[in-house]
Design a protein around this ligand. Sequence first.
Ligand code: ADP
Ligand code: MG
Length: 700
Amino acid sequence: MNANLQTPIDYLKGVGPNRADLLRSELGINTYQDLLNLFPNRYIDRTKYFKINELSQSNSEIQIIGKISNLKEVSQKKGKRLVANFIDETGSMELVWFRGQKWIKQQLKIGQDYVIFGRINMFNGTFSMAHPEMELLQEHEKHLRSAMQAIYPSTEKLSNKGISNRVIINLMQELFKECNGKFKETLPDALRQELKLIGKSSALFNIHFPKSTEMLSKAEIRLKFEELFYIQLQLLIKNLIHKSKIKGLTFEHVGEIFNEFYNTHLPFGLTNAQKRVLKEIRADLGSNAQMNRLLQGDVGSGKTIVALMSMLMAVDNGYQACLMAPTEILSVQHYNGLVEYCNKLNIRIELLTGSTKTSSRKEIFKNLENGDLNILIGTHALLEDKVKFKNLGLAIIDEQHRFGVAQRSKLWHKNEVPPHILVMTATPIPRTLAMSLYGDLDISVIDELPPGRQPVKTVHRFDNNRLKVFAFLKEEIKKGRQIYIVYPLINESEALDYKDLMDGYESVVREFPLPDYQISIVHGQMSASDKDYEMQRFIKGQTQIMVATTVIEVGVNVPNATVMVIESAERFGLSQLHQLRGRVGRGGDQSYCILMTSHKLSNDAKLRLQTMCKTNDGFEIAEVDLKLRGPGDLMGTQQSGVLNLKIANIVKDKQLLQLARHHAKKILTDDPALNNEQNKVILDTYRNLSKYKNIWNYIS
Ligand code: ADP
Ligand code: MG
């Protein structure tokens, strides 16, 4: 190597101060290294030239050799456009510029042979190309041609300022020249041989200047693997450091209360998945490191009982435990589900939410501090400073999507020694994403539903079939079943959504009249007590139909409800649809989900509906969701930084990610401090990465 890759980009031949500033601001290129890691979006065949009479609208980006025969400025509504007539021996077409005309006009040479490159459009019956990339033929012939020419990411500003793709290619060539085409290897030889990965220099050369499609694909695999490998390595090292630094509370034994519950009160046999997850949690709690675990399980997979049994382990060892849920309804439901067991076991459990009365609040605080209270269930109220535990041993957070990382750490600071943390989510995060996002959390998965559950049958119906749908609902009600009808109220303040809901409610009331039918309605504009009253009527079976907005999305448990009708289903996201569907199919009876839509459907909406009809598997649905929405959107913008990958793609390169994680893990297990000679390149690369990229910013 000659040039140091940390050299500022300003020093590269061909980069003046102006270009350096543009490269920095537009593409984030500060150094040689950054330019080297500017990977092409795609490649085009630059050995092929088209004739004008061969053009068709289906041509995407092509190149043509010809001359400019004349040039004129045409006035348009706003400003002017510059139009050139471009000819070859077979015909003529137009070249058009909307911006930077003055500069372009000065540059263009009428009558000389040019090679133009760009996208073909048809405009008023004439083929045209807007803002073509142009080069004089004699210049063009000096360049090396390759069947695959890289097309780099660009911005409007860059192309306006004359930094075309050609310029980037020239800079890249210059960079390779200064470095003699040799770059430091960043993966150990043994690993490369085992996985048949090509060397770094060859990979970089072929990604920028592919010799063949075969070499290009080898280059891609090598560079993607490397990128994923180092991300995984960083996450795993962070996890190791965490485990060695953060001492946890050690729960020495599985005790009497746990065993009594397991042997006497557990109303069903645990599924194998539940058993496995409990073992994983038990192992964490028994080690002397703090547990930091994510428990994923689809709706209805039985996370609550796992939570309870984990809390019993804490109580058995003389510690307190808490369970925090995102909404009042959910906390109440958890509390109601658990209080009976706790009474039988003679342990004390309380509920704390925003609406807990001051007097009981005081009582709770007192018993929490003196240790009389074993388990506390509640909402965000648990995070208040006034809530002081005597010795919190385990904190469980349900539905983690709604709590931020900051809140996680707030719980954590409630003790001198941090409590063990278990985060439960029913919105499955695709495994691949979880791996790259939560490398710092250990992951448990309940991938099995309790026996006897019949999968919910899902169908898609158009609005004009509503009468048939109503007839079906009547049959179900005749059988004694209950029904949800859900309307989108994406934004609670949106008047239009609210009107849809009320119109819908009225039509349901007309179709299902008193006294034969009783209907509940729940929406966000009602007071908490009204909501609760209506909800309770439905839970007790006093009403047969619940018309609601998405307030019921999370956690409500009415096993007798067998039909979920979702109105304007095209407006819901996949994970929301899946959550809603999870409200039915909770009892032994066959349940149904009916997705109602108009005929106007976007392609994405169609795919969402098809996916829902095809599968009940939350993980499969999450994968489709990820493909449709992209990882950043799925996880919220603040976390998408982790997925700011340069070359790998979290959706498409799943297998490579798994492979990378496997090998990173194996290497760290054998050599945690990366002291072995053969791992020296890893240690060096890793140090460089942490020095220059500061990955810690976005994963901690
Ligand atoms: P979720 O994972 O959605 O929180 P829950 O914990 O609410 O699921 O469980 C859903 C229902 O399944 C509850 O009624 C629960 O009692 C029941 N359940 C949980 N585990 C089992 C099991 N192993 N066998 C039978 N029923 C179970
Ligand atoms: Mg639950």
